[in-house]
Design a protein around this ligand. Structure first.
Ligand SMILES: Nc1ncnc2c1ncn2[C@@H]1O[C@H](COP(=O)(O)OP(=O)(O)OP(=O)(O)O)[C@@H](O)[C@H]1O
Ligand SMILES: [Mg+2]
Length: 1007
């Protein structure tokens, strides 16, 4: 409990019960206060007794009644059922006393009960006090107010959990104050037919029984031996829901089909307080006693069966009659101490098992030993030792936390039942959900979440159907909404929470800490985070968790690393903690990650940031997000954009300081830097720009202003007009130079140089590239990561480009290869992609078509991984170019259309490459016989290129016009080629010029 107060409480799934004694106030006036007090005390203690009987906690006395909680402080998997049993007992007991008062004193009393299940925050208050708070409590109280005198009402949440175990009367939906939706209300009518979860499954319709061949074979064999008088006991052990009861049920059915009698009993979660309940159940089953049998018939059944086996049983009859609740007035049981009576009973049961006259073999099935009361357990132990040499096969099942003293008995054999394998999970899912193609992949997802536990699988499927993710009916669902956050079904939550609560306080705290951290956690990290020192206690707690099947070791060397065995356990352990407590653990996790991984800070930065954020350490979270974003850079542009956005959002929550202002500008600038790679909403782009500009101007931050200028008017990805673009680049370079920041000067030049290429000013282009290389000197990383990844790699590649355009292909190839090497070594996959694109085109120019296409294709694959629109579209366009050169127009058209789709899908405005892409696409269209469309496109592209001064692509678009004109039988092909040749000559693009001449020959156009 000290742990609880230290944590300040826990979130718990519980059932809350309110009960009051009605009409009390009116009558208080007519009664002597003292007498009145005594009556009320008696009522209160009657109510409290019912609560305690089912292991609930009385939260408080409310003046005329009580509030009780089931499932806290210690979770019970059947909290809803316990509350219902308590309510029934209250109605009975209070009713009895009320009748007495009515008869004796003419007073009228009745009780009303309200029950609701859900989450509460439960905490210790003061000395030994305990309280639950939350909406769940309020709703339970409203149910009480709604209930008619003498009735218990429960909400749909409780009904869902108690369904089948209780008889419920649907009262319809009610508008309840404080609840946004109408609440379904049920009246509690009595105990239901189901005694175990398996009964409930049976009622819903069993899923197809899957696997378990080996276990079945063991049971079959044991039965054969029992038939040869080699009786034995078999114990089936597994965690809740793995299928112990189902296996036993299937085996019992087979036995019955063959005429072998099976007698069953089972212990109940709330039944430990009721001694010998399972034994009583077993004997009733053995004697064939059913509800409603008159006492005399019951006695006859008992006597008949026992005396047939052995006439000596006559002596035991009074005992058996008494135990089974049908004492014979003519043969009363002699006075015995409780101890002596129990001993006599055990003796009688063992003799029943060993009865020499038994000719047929029998199977005795005892379920859920972990809930068995002391007396029954002792009896069972003796029974198990006495099956030797008999025709009795005893089968028991229990969960791993139970350890039986008799497990070493000769006659006993344990089988531990494993969860379903992936294939079996898929099969179960096919049975439950069907085989609609939309369900593909759901099996794996569910297997991962449930770790093959069939009960969890069934409940998750039911939960998904209820939540509307699955549509249709059982066995034939389709996926209506993707399953992202499936949640933990309440029925599963209660089972797992109860298991967690059975842990010792240290182990439980460790488990909760681990649930907050990453998927896997090292022994040292967990120790640091949980604040448990590296001592023996810590190791003992870890051991408790691994042996209990909560955690398992994923690595043992050089250090032990643990992971949760069940993802659902992790979710439940996480969910039980208060937000405040979780925050503390998150922050501790971040600090442990930093301290324990000094060499991996970059790699872990995003994870550290997210723990810092959840831990409420906003400034640290912003710092680590920025670091992670910078590290992702152009290699993982989508992550980078997301992380910069995160850094911005975090910064917004902080007070203004030099650091946060710098971060505010930086995070915006770098988002803008990814706008041309990934696309961004125009409005968002404008907003980010304006915000960054405002701060940069206010702080006089030239560095940022230069980058802003790049983002707004000098970056790629805009429908640039050459003169204005060049001007913007020149101005930006000026601002960068004024800042005096060498890296910035390099980065801005590298990014801006592209304008010269597009405008067809190859000399200007080369000049800036030389400046980049000169400023960088030996530093291959100079200016890296500011706008483009690696400026040195870029400049090397871009020089290759100019030289290629000038027709010096060998030299160009050497430069491309050098650029590729730098980009690869410096970790810049983006520039590597652009370089491969250019290299592929160069191979085409050299007539190496196959190699060109192969390289372009490989490049598309590699580039796709970047997740970057700009580069992906570029790589596809280049593939298209290579395909055209090889004469594969249909293939080219596919590639180019895809390139266009990719680009337009993300980026709304036009861009500097659109005319080039259109020129290529036009050639492909004409090539596949759609020359009219080709012509229209080429003419549009030519007009745009001419108007914007995009002289690098103009010869290409003009050439496309010429080809399409010939193909459509129009005039003017020669004129177009003349203009193309003139432009190419003007810019010095010798390869373009050569291409124009080749085209002229191919299509036979006049000069
Ligand atoms: N082999 C199986 N094939 C199909 N369904 C199964 C299989 N095993 C179990 N199930 C289903 O999974 C659910 C849980 O099984 P069961 O009640 O037998 O678990 P249990 O191990 O007895 O759990 P508990 O410890 O809570 O009693 C049931 O609905 C059952 O029908
Ligand atoms: Mg079971």
């Amino acid at each position: 409990m000290s742990e609880m107060s230290q944590l300040g409480g826990e979130r718990k799934q519980v059932t809350v019960l309110f009960a009051d004694v009605q009409g009390s106030m009116d009558m208080a006036e007519q009664q002597d206060p003292e007498q009145w007090h005594a009556i009320m005390q008696r009522f209160f203690s009657t109510l409290a007794e019912a609560v305690h009987r089912f292991e609930g906690t009385v939260d408080k006395f409310t003046g005329d009644g009580i509030m009780a909680v089931f499932g806290a402080p210690v979770a019970h998997e059947d909290h809803a059922r316990r509350a219902c049993y308590a309510a029934l007992k209250m109605l009975d007991d209070v009713g009895e006393y009320a009748a007495e008062l009515r008869r004796g004193q003419g007073l009228n009393f009745s009780t009303r009960i309200g029950i609701n299940s859900g989450e509460v925050v439960a905490a210790e208050v003061g000395e030994g006090g305990y309280t639950a708070v939350g909406h769940t409590v309020g709703l339970a109280q409203r149910m009480e107010a709604l209930a008619e005198p003498g009735k218990a009402y429960l909400t749909e949440s409780t009904a869902e959990l108690a369904h089948g175990f209780m008889q419920l009367e649907d009262l319809g939906s009610f508008e309840i104050k404080g609840a946004s939706q109408p609440v379904g209300v049920f009246g509690l009518a009595g105990v239901g037919a189901a005694r175990s979860r398996l009964d409930l499954s049976r009622e819903r319709g069993f899923s197809r029984f899957i696997g378990r061949d080996e276990e079945m074979a063991v049971l079959e064999e044991a039965l054969e031996r029992a038939e040869r008088s080699e009786g034995a006991a078999i114990g089936i052990v597994a965690e809740p829901g793995v299928g112990k009861s189902r296996l036993c049920h299937e085996f019992a059915e087979r036995c019955r089909e063959r005429g072998v009698e099976v007698f069953e009993c089972q212990a109940q979660a709330h039944g430990r307080a009721i001694p010998f309940m399972p034994v009583l159940q077993m004997l009733r089953s053995y004697f064939g006693i059913v509800d409603g049998d008159p006492e005399r018939i019951v006695r006859e059944k008992i006597a008949g069966r026992t005396l047939l086996l052995d006439p000596d049983f006559a002596e035991d009859l009074p005992l058996l009659f008494d135990f089974l609740g049908v004492p014979d007035p003519d043969r009363p049981l002699q006075q015995l101490s409780a101890e002596a009576r129990h001993r006599a009973l055990r003796g009688a049961v063992c003799r029943l098992v060993r009865a020499p006259n038994r000719r047929e073999s029998i199977v005795a099935l005892v379920e859920d030993l972990h809930w068995m009361d002391e007396g029954s357990a002792t009896l069972l132990g003796e029974l198990i030792s006495s099956v030797e040499g008999t025709k009795t096969l005893a089968i028991v099942n229990f969960r791993p936390e139970y350890s039986a003293k008799w497990a070493s008995a000769e006659t006993y054999r344990g089988i531990s039942l494993e969860p379903l394998a992936l294939e079996d999970t898929r099969e179960l899912l096919r049975d439950l959900a069907g085989e609609d193609p939309s369900l593909d992949g759901l099996g794996d997802l569910i297997h991962e979440r449930t770790a093959g536990n069939p009960f969890f699988i069934e409940e998750i499927v039911r939960g998904l159907a209820e939540a509307g993710n699955l549509e249709g009916e059982r066995g034939a669902y389709r996926l209506a909404r993707p399953v992202e956050d499936a949640g933990v079904p309440a029925s599963v939550q209660t089972v797992l929470a109860a298991r967690i609560d059975r842990l010792g306080p240290s182990a439980k705290q460790l488990l909760q800490a681990a649930s907050v951290t990453s998927k896997e956690i090292s022994e040292r990290a967990l120790g640091m985070i949980s604040g448990q020192s590296d001592g023996e206690d810590y190791r003992a707690a870890l051991c408790e968790l691994t042996e209990g099947g909560f955690l398992f070791e994923t690595e043992v060397y050089p250090e032990r690393v643990f992971s949760f065995r069940h993802p659902l356990t992790r979710e439940v352990a996480y969910g039980t903690q208060l937000a405040e407590q979780r925050a503390v653990t998150h922050a501790a996790t971040a600090r442990a990650l930093i301290e324990l991984n000094p060499d991996r800070h970059d790699e872990l930065a995003a994870l550290i940031a997210s723990h810092m954020e959840s831990g409420g350490e906003t400034l640290e979270a912003a710092r680590w997000s920025a670091r992670a974003a910078y590290w992702a850079g152009s290699s993982r542009p989508q992550d980078a954009l997301r992380l910069w956005r995160k850094a911005m959002e975090l910064t917004e929550q902080l007070e203004e300081s030099e650091e946060t202002l710098a971060m505010a500008v930086m995070s915006r600038l770098l988002q803008l830097d990814f706008a041309w790679r990934l696309g961004m909403d125009d409005e968002e782009e404008a907003r980010l720009t304006a915000e960054a500009e405002e701060i940069a101007k206010r702080t006089g931050d030239l560095h940022s202003l230069a980058l802003l200028k790049v983002a707004t008017s000098a970056r790629p990805g805009l429908p640039h007009v050459a003169p204005r673009w060049l001007e913007a680049v020149a101005e930006t370079i000026e601002i960068a130079d004024a800042s005096g920041d060498l890296h910035l000067r390099i980065a801005i030049r590298a990014a801006g140089s592209y304008a010269y290429l597009c405008a067809g000013d190859f000399d200007g282009f080369e000049e800036i590239l030389d400046e980049v290389l000169e400023l960088a000197g030996d530093d291959r990383r100079a200016g890296a990561g500011i706008v483009i990844g690696n400026p040195v790699a870029w400049a090397t590649m871009a020089k290759g480009l100019v030289i290629r355009e000038r027709g010096r292909l060998e030299e160009a190839e050497a430069l491309f290869n050098a650029a590729l090497r730098i980009a690869t070594e410096e970790g810049d996959p983006e520039i590597a992609s652009w370089t491969r694109s250019n290299l592929a085109l160069m191979l085409s120019m050299r007539g190496e078509f196959e190699a060109a296409i192969a390289l372009a294709r490989r490049n598309c694959e590699l580039t796709e991984r970047l997740g970057d629109v700009f580069s992906r579209s570029l790589s596809l366009s280049n593939l298209g170019g290579a395909q055209i050169a090889a004469g594969d127009y249909a293939g080219a058209l596919d590639s180019l259309e895809e390139a266009e789709r990719v680009y337009r899908g993300a980026i709304s405005n036009g861009d500097e490459m659109e005319t080039w892409r259109a020129g290529l696409r036009s050639e492909a269209l004409t090539g596949v016989g759609r020359a009219e469309e080709g012509l229209e496109l080429a003419e549009w592209a030519t007009a745009v290129a001419r108007e914007r001064g995009m002289l690098w692509s103009l010869p290409l678009t003009l050439q496309a016009v010429a080809i399409a004109r010939v193909a459509t039988g129009r005039d003017g092909a020669g004129g177009a080629l003349d203009e193309a040749a003139e432009v190419a000559r003007g810019t010095g693009a010798m390869v373009s010029l050569e291409a124009v001449e080749t085209t002229r020959e191919t299509i036979g156009a006049a000069r």
